[in-house]
Design a protein around this ligand. Structure first.
Ligand SMILES: *Cc1c(COP(=O)(O)O)cnc(C)c1O
Length: 389
């Protein structure tokens, strides 16, 4: 299986290992350890002199297949799987940062990521400056002599702000800082950050890679020198490993990744256009709309606008809650990346614990609603929203 195949082919075929049983579907290897032919082989495996499986905290064939498939899709030399998206971010921070280092991070990242950098890593002497996702000048101005990492997520959640990966990669390179991009919203089907100059790509496989809301998982992708020499030693020792069962579920999910991403994005664009013309809607945030402030950048950087649409209702919180409560089909849950469409009110859920001022500064208004568009028929989704709008 070479990586010159197209994305759809890689999603179905890349990374498959076949055992002596010649199984057609990917095997699920539920085993914590592997046996050796001899004491000498055990010694060689442990020292790394001989390649092969040892212990599932750091080597398992099902997890290897997941890693190889995602690496192929991202165009990465290497990939290490982790127990969740957050453990992928933690592993990256632990691998490349030490006390006294400084991080520049987009303020539009996932809430737990803000907590991780702003609170937990701060206790270990790593300082983080949060800057605008869309203003490269702020990134440049935030650089200090000890800056070692730039961290961003594009499109951002829930406002779908687009960061210019190429521009920030140039600034990061001059500063000698690694550019780490959380590619959860787009997946490699819509955006390949390594080709745009990012050093590492993070995934929450919990979202679109699984695509069916079943298991948690995560990954770090990039060059061998960073992933194998940098991230693997931390994972091997600290142990936030992806379970083989979860790897297998996600691996099977990735077979339909391209189909799902293209269809869900297409439905999101249709829904965004409809919402934009609706009299009760004040504003729609969707990168695929010409009205989006970074529309042309998004269309350069991404294959489509993605499957997340946020919009502001004129009636504020009451109107937002009324719309959410009137749905009968769409699930009221903060998760995303599922084939089942979900709806959430960011101001009182994901962003409910931050101060009203900080929320206003971040643009999370009381009338804002986020929809993660799934695979149900578009007419049914529109009817479900129409009921309470
Ligand atoms: C969900 C999410 C994460 C965290 O992933 P988990 O698998 O829940 O740990 C990180 N980044 C983004 C953009 C996410 O949406």
């Amino acid at each position: 299986m070479d990586n010159k195949h197209e994305l759809a082919t890689l999603g179905v075929r890349a990374g498959q290992l076949r055992s002596d049983f010649q199984e057609h579907s990917e095997g699920l290897f539920l085993t914590s350890s592997f046996v050796f032919d001899s004491a000498a082989q055990a010694a060689a495996r442990f020292s790394g002199a001989e390649e092969g499986y040892v212990y599932s905290r750091f080597t398992n064939p099902t997890v290897s297949m997941f890693q190889a498939r995602l690496a192929a899709l991202e165009g990465a030399e290497a990939c290490m799987a982790t127990a969740s998206g957050m453990s992928a971010i933690l592993a990256t921070a632990m691998a490349f940062l030490k006390s006294g280092d400084h991080v520049v991070c987009s303020s539009g990242v996932f809430g737990a990521t803000v907590q991780l950098f702003g609170t937990i890593l701060a206790r270990f002497g790593v300082a983080t400056t949060f800057v605008s996702a869309v203003d490269a000048a702020q990134w440049e101005a935030a650089v200090m002599p000890n800056t070692r990492m730039f961290f961003l997520e594009t499109p951002s959640n829930p406002l779908t702000e687009i960061s210019d990966i190429e521009a920030l990669a140039r600034i990061g390179r001059r500063a000698n800082a690694l550019l780490v991009v959380d590619n959860c919203f787009c997946t490699p089907v819509l955006q390949r950050p390594l080709e745009l100059g990012a050093d590492l790509v993070i995934h929450s496989a919990t979202k679109y890679l699984d695509g069916q809301g079943r298991v948690l998982g995560g990954a770090v992708c990039g060059p061998k020198a960073l992933v194998v020499d940098g991230v693997l030693p931390f994972l091997r020792t600290a142990g936030p490993s992806l379970s083989p069962f979860n790897a297998w579920v996600i691996l099977k999910g990735m077979e339909t990744l391209e189909l799902r991403m293209l269809k869900q994005s297409e439905q999101a664009l249709d829904l965004a256009r409809w919402l934009e013309g609706h009299p009760s809607v004040a504003k729609v945030h969707y990168p695929g709309l010409a009205s989006h402030p970074q529309h042309s950048l998004a269309m350069r950087q991404q294959r489509s606008g993605g499957a997340i649409v946020s919009f502001e209702l004129k009636g504020g919180r009451d109107a937002a809650w009324k719309l959410i409560d009137a749905t009968r089909l769409i699930s009221i849950t903060a998760n995303l990346g599922d084939v089942k469409t979900t709806i959430t009110h960011p101001a009182t859920t994901t962003h409910g614990r931050i101060s009203a001022e900080a929320r206003a500064a971040a643009g999370i208004t009381d009338g804002l609603v986020r929809v993660a568009v799934g695979l149900e028929a578009l007419g049914d989704l529109r009817a479900d929203l129409e009921r309470g709008i």
